[in-house]
Write a protein that binds this ligand. Structure first.
Ligand code: URA
Length: 237
């Protein structure tokens, strides 16, 4: 049965319907070799739909990987400033993957990429409260009072943060390392929490997401999640 192109693209887990519509408008989508228009329909049993040269298939194999993101990469699918993309690091994977949530350009560490829209939604939706742990290095010293404020929640411009867990690791000269565990996923949240305490983040690395960590994954490398890990991620939600 013919369906609207944006619906087919969303069903394949490549993008939301809305984003798919912008792809069509921007001329990224070909239908049977011709530029597709908004409103076009296709039946993938008969028609060929291509996005940036890759053919859309009905049953895409679901792939989820864990990347150890280096600094200096954006975790969006494109960047108007032409900076390097996290997807450049997984270019050898034939499926079109998208990041589950974001890490800032200069944040390192654990980032999931998938083509499984449902899993991405389960992991990143705030209501599921998936715990994320960051290793943070700040310029300045983290006092007991600051730890308490982080643990109790502090006021940011978009509201009070939920209670966080803090584990102090070590102080080196004028800097301090600690682990911060949060379950919200607001924009630049860790950096903003530290700024609210008057501390500047000089290094930020996500080291855990739920039960997953970076073990055996070097910076800039990735591994495929095992079926049992994907099941567990789904079940934990
Ligand atoms: N918090 C931040 O401030 N940046 C990130 O990349 C992730 C969490």
């Amino acid at each position: 049965m013919a369906e609207r192109l944006q619906k087919l693209i969303a069903q394949a887990g490549l993008a939301s319907r809305r984003e798919a519509e912008t792809w069509i408008v921007k001329g990224k989508v070909l239908l049977n070799g011709h530029l597709a228009k908004l409103g076009d329909r296709a039946d993938l049993a008969i028609d060929q739909v291509q996005i940036d040269g890759k053919t859309l298939t009905t049953a895409q194999e679901k792939v989820t990987i864990l990347l150890n993101k280096p600094r200096g990469y954006v975790s969006t699918l494109k960047d108007p400033e032409g900076r390097r993309l996290v997807t450049d690091l997984v270019a050898d994977i034939p499926q079109r993957l998208f990041p589950v949530g974001r890490l800032d350009y200069n944040t390192e560490g654990l980032l999931l990429l998938t083509n499984d829209g449902e899993l991405a939604q389960q992991v990143s939706h705030p209501s599921h409260q998936v715990e994320k742990t960051y290793l943070v290095k700040v310029r300045g010293l983290l006092s007991a009072k600051m730890v308490k404020r982080l643990e109790q929640g502090l006021i940011l411009e978009d509201g009070k943060t939920a209670a966080a867990k803090v584990e102090k690791i070590r102080t080196t000269g004028s800097s301090c390392w600690f682990e911060l565990t949060i379950h919200e996923g607001r924009n630049r949240q860790v950096r903003r929490m530290c700024e609210a305490l008057g501390l500047t983040v000089v290094r930020l690395k996500r080291i855990r997401l739920d039960f997953l960590d970076l073990r055996a994954v070097a910076t800039g490398r990735y591994r495929h999640l095992m079926g049992s890990e994907i099941e567990k991620l789904r079940k934990d939600k």
